[in-house]
Design a protein around this ligand. Structure first.
Ligand code: SF4
Length: 468
């Protein structure tokens, strides 16, 4: 009986809670009667949670179940190939970003720096290496099993090679490299495609067969690619729903959750198909009701600015970072970060009728594999297609792959569109390089400038007429 008393007190206190003072709320925000994420979860969120829990469990039991574990990277991953071989994929960047979100990355990075990694090394690498040195306890508190194979799908970032060189030394396991040609001239040629297909046939599949001890199941790969294609259609629909006014989603902060299943262990599974179908239904309902996106503080009631964002988010202060945007009524309608695991919105789909060729095209088509002129073209397209008021570049201190050329991109986009860009700096998972006050100050000034331009009737430059 006594044990129940404190509960009763809590309920009374909740009932007496004062109503918020509307005048003190930041611009663009109103107290929402919609449930907050966490109070009542959408079906898609529940599904994603169950999928992640099942994946964590399969990893925890991998050795006991005789399953082989393959470490690989997100951009240009060959998830369907790994799953068709009966192995379980692990993505070190995902462990790193989850460690960042759970405030564990600082100590992992410290451990890696003690081990000899310089301050300039990519923070994802140091976070992963530090976690490994401390016994490989993953961000969810479950030990990540050691790899049986490192599958290095090198896609646009040289650091990937160095990262797996480190892991190979530590784990002393085989490593197979898929060399993915950079889109230096902004296109994928037949020779490039054939080169990647040949490597998959002659290097990657034999490596998987050798590790699993089983012949590779090509029919299973075809089945998985069919499922990938179905899920990809719905994911593209979800991301493009941001063209509506108001946008029913935030395509950057919420977008990172939406791309999760597609960019990691679930592409090619029926669970991913269900997840995206369910997400699509939920967004369709939001559009019908004319609702804006959900934020951690409830529904955004008034869309004041539509933004395009270039660069990854900061993970150590993810919520605080997002809050700067939604407190001002700023919604991200398109982002390049949600394209690191595939540029599906430009039409690419995995194709079960051309299994290896479409895997090769996928690897080469990821955002990190595009040259700078192609990245600028893509951003310009997003600014126009999503009717954006502005664009913001989040320059990541430790990611050269993203940060190189961003100032040039900023100037070129301003010149082409007449839209001014905002520039902020932070890091992925190194909390020493995130300053809330500094970023908030810069973003608020930037948004005020956009508001003044709007009040003055300044318009975006029209698209130039095509030269015939
Ligand atoms: S430098 Fe950037 S793209 Fe390369 S591994 Fe690090 S975070 Fe990824």
């Amino acid at each position: 009986m006594n044990a129940k008393k404190p509960e009763m007190k809590v309920k009374k206190a909740t009932l007496k809670a004062k109503k918020p003072d509307m005048s003190k709320l930041p611009k663009g925000r109103r107290p929402s009667r919609s449930p907050k994420p966490g109070d009542k979860k959408d079906e898609s969120m529940k599904l994603q949670k169950r999928m992640l829990a099942a994946h964590a469990e399969s990893l925890a039991n991998a050795k006991k179940d005789g399953k082989k574990v393959v470490y690989t990277f997100v951009p240009g991953n060959l998830t369907e190939l790994i799953l068709a071989a009966g192995a379980i994929p692990v993505y070190p960047e995902i462990n790193a970003l989850q460690s960042g979100m759970r405030k564990m990355s600082a100590s992992h990075i410290q451990e890696a720096e003690r081990f000899g990694h310089s301050e300039d090394v990519c923070a994802y690498v140091k976070c992963d290496v530090g976690m490994m040195l401390k016994g490989n306890m993953g961000p969810t508190g479950v030990k990540v099993p050691e790899p049986d194979l490192l599958l290095l799908s090198y896609t646009g970032c040289f650091v990937f090679m160095k990262w797996f060189e480190n892991l190979k030394q530590h784990y002393n396991c085989p490593c197979v490299m898929l060399h993915v040609p950079y889109q230096a001239d902004g296109e994928i040629t037949d020779a490039m495609r054939d080169y990647v297909v040949q490597q998959i046939e002659e290097k990657v599949i034999p490596a998987l067969e050798s590790v699993t001890g089983k012949p590779f199941d090509h029919e299973e790969l075809v089945r998985k690619l069919e499922l990938s294609r179905q899920a990809e259609d719905d994911m593209v629909w979800a991301l493009q729903s941001a063209r509506h006014r108001p946008s029913p989603i935030d395509a950057y902060f919420a977008g990172v959750y939406y791309i999760g299943p597609m960019f990691t262990a679930f592409r090619g599974t029926p669970e991913a198909v269900d997840y995206y179908r369910s997400l699509r239904r939920e967004i369709e309902e939001r559009i019908e009701r004319g609702q804006g996106p959900m934020t951690p503080d409830g529904e955004l009631k008034k869309e004041r600015y539509r933004l395009v964002v270039e660069g990854p988010p900061n993970w150590t202060h993810f919520r605080e970072f997002w809050k700067i945007f939604y407190d001002e009524g700023a919604v991200v309608v398109a982002s390049t970060y949600t394209k690191v695991g595939g540029l599906y919105d430009l039409g690419f789909r995995h194709d079960p009728d051309r299994p290896l060729a479409s895997l090769a095209e996928y690897c080469m088509g990821c955002y990190t594999n595009l040259n700078i002129p192609s990245r600028i073209d893509l951003l310009e397209k997003y600014i126009r297609d999503y009717d954006a008021d502005g664009f913001v570049i989040n320059s990541i201190k430790s990611c050269n792959s993203f940060s190189a050329g961003q100032l040039l991109m900023l100037r070129e986009l301003e010149k082409r569109t007449g839209v001014p860009g905002g520039f902020i700096e932070s890091d992925l998972v190194d909390p020493r390089y995130y300053s809330q006050a500094n970023i908030k100050n810069r973003l608020e000034s930037y948004l005020q400038m956009l508001a003044q331009r709007r009040a003055g009737g300044v318009k975006r430059k029209p698209e130039p007429e095509p030269v015939s």
